[in-house]
Design a protein around this ligand. Structure first.
Ligand SMILES: Cc1ncc(COP(=O)(O)O)c(C=O)c1O
Length: 378
């Protein structure tokens, strides 16, 4: 019965145009991926600054792994609480302007780990309907009640806040949305925070390293807790949560996804410290990324595409799942790699082609993307 259910679900998924099969990558070379016998231009990466292919960073990370052991071999709560990890966390808190910080093995785990620990039954969470799946799972795990507001609609958020004024809700959002590519209305959000006094958690996974002064993100003034991941602009792996004083101690005691997992190794923490220097020195890359992203949006719009996105993530609205998949397949045949984002990653029948632009891309690359898209979508 169980095997039958799995088979049927996959079949239905196929029929609805929602089936996923990851493309196997043989090798990566800067902005190119090698798959099958093709060399394809990669527009599906979150390596926004190209740091993960930086020779200098690779050398630093290699040296750190030679210096330290390959694994922490234990949870933070047992024998994995190394000094260098605590030092790195302090440096992250200082760099991003918070009182404290804690590392998690991944951003997914970080959102599960904080939401399930900080909130409980009878609490109320109000969230932007387009927040990441990990935050949604974290809310479910917490047992709290939750209500979504329309994506980036401060007036809808305000209505919920007025309705639930007595419940002291907390509010969850992203600062740069992973699929829509638009920025949070930070001023509007901050004004509501000041008016209603809510506690806020802002996931800056796609902004840290790239957006704001020195890559410090855009939402510090509106966030009590900030979530960042190393796996995007920071060119590494794992995640960090930026916290008010006293919250780290609470997570050590009550966050199951943190307590019952192996800590990231010392070499990770040492490399994380090195990465802060890289981020500080990336101003030219950030400028190029802003310019090339704006060029991409303008070019796509003038070719008649419906495009959302304010920065290095652009969402070309297609709608139908099957058609979105078809266009991405045709693009791949023409050596361009783009993610066809479909339900449940985005709402049903609102499928998009998600364009991830990095500082490795040039104007020529963008022109190639736009002209090839023009050809294949006919
Ligand atoms: C907004 C957001 N938060 C969290 C995550 C999860 O981060 P990680 O890849 O480190 O698990 C992602 C990654 O897709 C994301 O887009």
């Amino acid at each position: 019965m169980f095997a039958e259910r799995i088979k049927n679900r996959l079949l239905n998924w196929h029929n609805a145009g929602l089936y996923r099969k990851p493309v196997e990558i043989n090798k990566r070379q800067e902005k190119y991926l090698f798959t099958g016998n093709r060399k394809v231009l990669n527009f599906a990466s979150n390596d926004y600054l190209g740091l993960s292919v930086s020779e200098k960073l690779k050398q630093k990370v290699s040296r750190n792994f030679l210096k330290y052991s390959t694994s922490s071999s234990s949870s933070r709560l047992v024998a994995g609480n190394y000094s260098v990890i605590n030092r790195a966390e302090k440096e992250y808190a200082r760099f991003f302007g918070y009182e404290d910080a804690i590392f998690f093995p991944s951003g997914y785990q970080a959102n599960l780990g904080i939401l399930s620990a900080f909130f409980e039954k009878n609490d109320l969470l109000i969230f932007d309907k387009h927040i990441h799946a990990s935050s949604v799972k974290g809310m479910l795990l917490s047992g709290a009640d939750f209500h979504g507001y329309n994506h980036n609609s401060m007036s809808h958020l305000c209505r919920w806040l007025e309705k639930f004024r007595d419940n002291q809700p907390a509010v969850l959002t992203e600062s740069l949305f992973s699929m829509d590519g638009d920025f949070l209305d930070v001023q509007g959000f901050k004004a509501l925070k000041e008016r209603f006094g809510f506690f806020s958690i802002v996931d800056e996974a796609h902004a840290f390293g790239v957006a704001g002064k020195n890559g410090k993100g855009i939402a510090r003034d509106a966030a009590d807790i900030g979530v960042g991941t190393f796996g995007k602009a920071l060119g590494f792996f794992g995640a960090f949560v930026l916290l008010p004083a006293g919250f780290k101690e609470y997570l050590f005691n009550f966050s199951s996804p943190l307590i019952y997992t192996t800590a990231l190794p010392e070499a990770h923490a040492a490399s994380a410290i090195d990465i802060l220097d890289f981020i500080s020195q990336c101003e030219k890359k950030r400028k190029h990324l802003r310019e090339i992203s704006s060029f991409a949006k303008t070019s796509l719009v003038s070719e008649g595409f419906c495009v959302k996105g304010d920065a290095h993530i652009l969402a070309i609205e297609i709608g139908d799942e099957g058609r979105t998949l078809e266009i991405s397949r045709k693009l791949l045949k023409k050596d361009i790699f783009v993610l066809p984002a479909r339900y449940p990653t985005v709402p049903l029948h609102k499928a998009i082609l998600r364009i991830g632009i990095t500082a490795l891309h040039t104007e020529e690359d963008i022109k190639k993307l736009v002209s090839t898209l023009g050809l294949v979508q006919k």
